[in-house]
Design a protein. Sequence first.
Length: 152
Amino acid sequence: MDKIKRLAFGTDHTAVNLRNAIKEYLQTINCEVEDFGFSGYGDCDYPEYAVKVAEVVVDKKVDKGILICGTGIGMSIAANKVKGAIAAVCWNEATAKLVALHNCANILCLGSRTATTNEICSRIRIFLETPFDERHLKRIEKIKEIEELRPQ
């Protein structure tokens, strides 16, 4: 990865043990990380972290976002409530590539309970290295139109 990527990173309580390992990995692949993750003890409410990450991504304060909860699903649902966020759950390397290539996702959502640290790091690398294929732009524009029809 040549260019430094600025990333927003958010985790809930299920990813507390992964958090530092993932952040260290991101630094080794030349990423600047703005950490919005939970670092306390006990439970937390993942929507708070998902929205914080989605807002800075949509406001272009960072290039992309990474969210980790138990499955990635909850974070994805919450992040996608922020207009302009395209948050996608990825459970393998193929989906990590396809959400970048076909869906122009700006937030990758991963599951701490569904993958190892190495698998998560691999998915992040693939997501960040895969450029959007412009031939899918028409579909992304249609998604944006849906947001305009149904303002939040």
